[in-house]
Design a protein around this ligand. Structure first.
Ligand code: TXD
Length: 319
């Protein structure tokens, strides 16, 4: 059987880490694409030289030509620019929208059967635009945010309860940003829901509320520390988990930005919800019962995503 081909669009911090993880995990051959000349080639060469030490033999190539992503099985998109001082959110939206247009066309022309995972921010708008520009079926284009946000939530919960992160299962829904919705009721430690743990005196509502807030601003906390960029190790790990779910038909139930067609009362919008990922991409959207507070929070999040899409449509008239 031919090896799988993993194309990474954007060879920056996340792109390079994705390539490293994909090689270490033996997911297939890897193509790193970027518009900057030399960077994907240099990173590919550096990563290839890990092979003799780590014992992997993935072919890793760097390129500035979309023809090289031909027939990729999985494509992970991190291409774009980050917000710089003096740049408004709309400025960033305009620039990254143009990037999504170029990436979408590159995918459409070279790898229309791929499973595409978008990571570029603002995530919920960019994954929607990438789907529009690529013309791929909705089940084959998905956004990564919930896996990362849930990982952050789980990490903080494990610290709070002083247990291994392996025992913690948590859920974050909604858009990626300040309006995300960490769902406390569906988060557990070894199967015990957080509200029960509060009743058992293991924590307090105030402490959990603070963890929810820290999760919501989890990305900003890291930007504040790094100063020159944003998180990349955990975002890359999260993207790889989604790629593995597809490549190995794992039927994992993961929170991802998926296109909704009426679920949660939302139509034709990408929002973070639990989905099952297997060989057909997003195979099912799972509609969980939310309490009034979570529902109201999800609505705020949906409204924020809608506002971003309207801004995108204002910038690009083909959308
Ligand atoms: O949860 C999430 N979804 C996220 C999202 C968590 C963390 C970071 N998130 C976003 O991912 C972040 O706001 C950025 O939009 C992306 C990528 O983050 P990364 O840290 O990898 O950014 P870099 O290091 O700046 O890399 C971006 C690369 C860089 O090498 C550019 O030259 C390249 O993108 N780039 C392009 N590649 C291909 N095609 C085009 N047009 C292009 N424009 C820039």
């Amino acid at each position: 059987m031919a090896r799988k081909k993993i194309a990474l669009i954007g060879a920056g911090n996340i792109g390079g880490t994705l390539a490293h993880l994909a090689a270490l995990k033996g997911l297939g051959d890897i193509v790193l694409f970027d518009v900057v000349e030399g960077v994907p080639q240099g990173k590919a060469l550096d990563l290839s030289q890990c092979g003799p030490v780590e014992g992997f033999d993935a072919k890793i190539t760097g390129t500035n030509d979309y023809a090289d992503i031909k027939d990729a099985d999985v494509i992970i998109v991190t291409a774009g620019v980050a917000r710089k001082p003096g740049m408004s959110r709309d400025d960033l939206l305009g620039i990254n929208l143009k990037v999504m247009k170029a990436v979408g066309e590159g995918i459409k022309n070279n790898a229309p059967n791929a499973f595409v995972i978008c990571i570029t921010n603002p995530l919920d708008a960019m994954v929607w635009a990438l789907r529009e520009f690529s013309g791929l079926p909705h089940n084959k284009v998905v956004g990564m945010a919930g896996v990362l946000d849930s990982a952050r939530f789980s990490h903080f919960l494990a610290e709070e309860f002083q247990v291994s992160v392996k025992e913690v299962n948590s859920f974050v829904l909604g858009g990626h940003g300040d309006t995300m919705v960490p769902v406390v009721e569906y988060s557990t430690v070894a199967g015990i829901p957080i509200p029960d743990l509060i009743k058992m005196g293991r924590s307090t509502k105030e402490r959990i509320d603070a963890i929810v807030q820290r999760t919501r601003s989890g990305g900003g906390e890291i930007v504040g520390l790094l100063k020159t960029g944003s998180a990349f190790y955990a975002p890359a790990t999260s993207g790889i988990a989604m790629a593995e779910a597809y490549l190995f038909d794992q039927k994992r139930l993961l929170p991802c930005a998926a296109n909704l067609t009426g679920q949660y009362g939302v139509d034709n919008l990408y929002v973070g919800v639990p989905v099952i990922i297997g060989k057909d991409g997003v195979e099912q959207v799972i509609e969980i019962d939310l309490d009034a507070e979570a529902k109201a929070n999800l609505q705020v999040s949906v409204d924020a995503v809608k506002e971003l899409l309207e801004a995108c449509k204002g910038i690009d008239s083909t959308l």
